[in-house]
Ligand binder design. Structure first.
Ligand SMILES: [Zn+2]
Length: 212
């Protein structure tokens, strides 16, 4: 898988790079994003540390804002995972409260009496700062939802099968309590180790990206 993975890294790195605060108007309404992290290298380029997309129509921009800006861990599994690693790294006991999904009113009522929301907000700010300071991304447009999900899954599978683009020794993900993150070197737990892109798949991907 390493040739295919190297091709994906080349294509992903050649796209226009976005950093916080990013210009929303340069991001398509529908597509797939590659995330890069400071200090992480792979295939002689910036290593891809996460790939993501969205299910709802026209939601790519808001998805990226949920990661970089919106201080709500329960709306972004990426924020949740960065917080988990930051807390776990310093043996912070708040980790067990960070795990609780407070999206439903029922959960909020049940847990609000023993969660320190001031401290939770401190963590949210630390997560924002970490993400804004350390991550950059590139995007490409994919209009069709099924195609987006398939491309995302195959990209992730190809990268997770590759043994040549490993994390640096001090990668934050090594502090994650999630084994799949530690083992894959990616800020992800789903769609790993499934069907990868073959040669023809990489050609299709290359056309998809370069035709934009
Ligand atoms: Zn690789």
């Amino acid at each position: 898988m390493s040739n295919e993975c190297a091709s994906i890294h080349r294509l992903a790195n050649e796209l226009e790079r976005h950093r916080f605060p990013f210009d929303e108007s340069k991001i398509p309404f529908n597509g797939v994003y590659f995330l890069f992290q400071k200090g992480e290298k792979g295939h002689q380029r910036d290593r891809i540390v996460r790939i993501g997309t969205h299910t709802g129509n026209n939601q790519l921009r808001s998805r990226l804002k949920q990661h970089f800006l919106n201080e709500n861990k329960d709306r972004s599994i990426f924020r949740k995972n960065i917080g988990r690693a930051l807390l776990n790294q310093r043996n912070d006991l708040f980790l067990k409260y960070w795990e609780i999904d407070l999206t439903s009113r029922k959960a909020k009522e049940r847990y609000s009496s023993f969660i320190d929301f001031n401290y939770q907000q401190v963590i949210e700010s630390q997560v924002s700062k970490y993400i804004q300071d350390n991550f950059s991304f590139t995007v490409f447009e994919v209009q069709d939802k099924q195609e987006r999900l398939e491309v995302e899954s195959k990209l992730l599978s190809t990268i997770s099968h590759c043994n040549e683009c490993n994390p640096s020794n001090d990668w934050l993900g090594y502090s994650s309590p999630k084994n799949k993150i530690v083992e894959s070197g990616l800020w992800l737990v789903n769609e790993l180790y499934k069907t990868p892109f073959d040669n023809a798949g990489i050609e299709y991907l290359s056309r998809l990206i370069k035709d934009q």
